[in-house]
Design a protein around this ligand. Structure first.
Ligand code: MRU
Length: 352
C-alpha cells in the first residue's frame, strides 16, 4: 500500500482526499457552520456518504467513487484473494446506486474497472494510482475550463450561478466557480450573484462560503429573485455546472437551472454550462432519458430540524431538471468549447 500518494490541489478547499490509506472527506452537510472531516474506511461508508450528501457535486462524487473502488478492492481481496474480481462486484453495484443523476459516478467506476486486467496480485496500488490520476486530471480540467470560460465572458461584469459547482463539488478549483475564479483573477468580474438553491441551500451554504473565503464579491439572492435581477439589467451571464450532459447537448443540473435558462434567454443574457467531458454521457440520447433523482419530502418540509410546513402535507422534491441544448449558449469543457451545442458538435468535441 502506498501511503504517501495523494492528489495535490493548490486550492485550500478540498472535499475529498486519500490520506494514510483512507478517504478523508469534508462533511458538506455541516457547512458553513462547521468544518468537519471524516475518515472513510469501507465502501459502504463511501456509498452512504454519497447518498447522504456529505460529498456532492458530480466530479467530487466521481472522485469519491474512484477512491471507493480502492476500498472495495481492498475488502474483496481480503475476503477472497483468488477471486476478488467476483467479490468486488456487489460492492461496485452498491456504490453505483448511491445517486442516479450524476454520470461521473458510473464513469469513475467504469474507468477504475478498466485497470482490473492489469492486476497480478493485490489490486490496491494499481487502483490507487488510477484514482489519484482521476483526481489530478479533474483539477487540471477545472483550471483549463476556468481559462476557456473566462475568455468567453470577458466583457461581463456580473454573473449569476446556481447550486455549488466549486472546489467543494470537484477535485479542487471548480467548474462554474473555476470560470468565476479565473475571471476574477483577470479583473473582469464585478459581482457574483448566487441563488440560494432550495431546498439543500448549496448556493447559500457552499458557494457563498467558498467565494467569501477567496474574497470574491458575492451577493446571495433567493432563487425566485433571479428573474427580477435579470429584468433590471443586473446580470450579464448565467454560469452553472452539470450532472450529466446527454449526447444531444441537453443538460441535467440542480433543480432551478432550467428556470434560470428560460429567464436568461427571455432577457437576452448568456447561458454557460461548464463541465468536464467525464460528465458527457453519449449513451443517453437526450435529456428526457436522464434519470432525475427524487429526494425525501422531509428536505422540503423541514429546515435545520424545524418544520417549515405542515409535515402531513404532500411534498414533491425532484432535485435536478433538464435544460434543453437550445437554451444553452456555450458548453465549456477541458477539451474546448461548444457554442450552440447539438449532437454533431458534441460528437466532434469528444473526438478532439
Ligand atoms: O445535489 P448536488 O449538490 O450533488 O448537485 C450538484 C449540482 O447540481 C452541480 O451543479 C453539478 O453537480 C456540477 S458540480 C461541478
Amino acid at each position: 500500500m502506498s501511503k504517501q500518494k495523494q492528489a495535490t490541489s493548490d486550492h485550500p478547499v478540498q472535499a475529498v482526499a486519500w490520506q494514510d490509506g483512507v478517504i478523508k472527506m469534508l462533511d458538506q452537510r455541516l457547512l458553513p457552520g462547521q468544518e468537519t472531516y471524516h475518515s472513510l474506511q469501507s465502501v459502504s461508508a463511501v456509498t452512504h456518504a454519497i447518498r447522504d450528501m456529505l460529498v456532492r457535486g458530480a466530479p467530487a462524487i466521481g472522485i469519491a467513487a474512484a477512491y471507493g473502488v480502492v476500498l472495495a478492492a481492498r475488502e474483496a481481496y481480503l475476503s477472497d484473494r483468488q477471486d476478488w474480481r467476483t467479490a468486488i462486484e456487489p460492492r461496485l453495484r452498491q456504490l453505483a446506486e448511491a445517486r442516479p443523476t450524476a454520470v461521473n459516478l458510473q464513469w469513475a467506476i467504469d474507468r477504475m474497472r478498466q485497470q482490473f486486467d492489469r492486476v497480478q496480485a493485490d489490486p490496491e496500488s494499481i487502483l490507487l494510482n488510477e484514482a489519484i490520476t482521476i483526481h489530478e486530471q479533474d483539477i487540471a480540467a477545472n483550471k483549463r475550463m476556468g481559462e476557456l470560460g473566462a475568455q468567453i465572458i470577458k466583457d461581463a461584469g456580473n454573473v449569476l450561478t446556481h447550486c455549488n459547482a466549486g472546489a467543494l463539488a470537484t477535485g479542487g478549483y471548480g467548474t462554474a466557480l473555476g470560470v468565476i475564479r479565473s475571471a476574477f483573477a483577470n479583473k473582469t468580474l464585478d459581482m457574483v450573484y448566487a441563488s440560494e438553491t432550495r431546498p439543500w441551500l448549496q448556493g447559500a451554504r457552499l458557494t457563498a462560503w467558498e467565494l467569501d473565503r477567496d474574497r470574491i464579491p458575492i451577493t446571495l439572492i433567493a432563487d425566485s429573485a433571479a428573474g427580477y435581477l435579470m429584468q433590471s439589467g443586473s446580470i450579464d451571464w448565467v454560469i452553472v455546472g452539470a450532472d450529466r450532459i446527454a449526447a444531444n447537448g441537453d443538460v441535467a443540473n440542480k433543480i432551478g437551472t432550467y428556470t434560470h435558462a428560460v429567464s436568461a434567454r427571455h432577457h437576452g443574457l448568456g447561458f454557460m454550462v461548464v463541465a468536464p467531458t467525464s460528465t458527457i454521457d453519449v449513451n443517453t440520447q437526450s435529456g428526457h432519458k436522464i434519470p432525475i433523482e427524487q429526494r425525501p419530502a422531509g428536505e422540503l418540509l423541514n429546515h435545520a430540524g424545524s418544520a417549515i410546513a405542515p409535515n402531513a402535507v404532500h411534498a414533491y422534491n425532484p432535485v435536478f431538471d433538464i435544460t434543453p441544448a437550445a437554451l444553452i449558449d456555450v458548453i465549456v469543457t477541458e477539451k474546448g468549447v461548444v457554442h450552440a451545442p447539438d449532437e454533431e458538435k458534441i460528437r466532434e468535441l469528444l473526438m478532439r
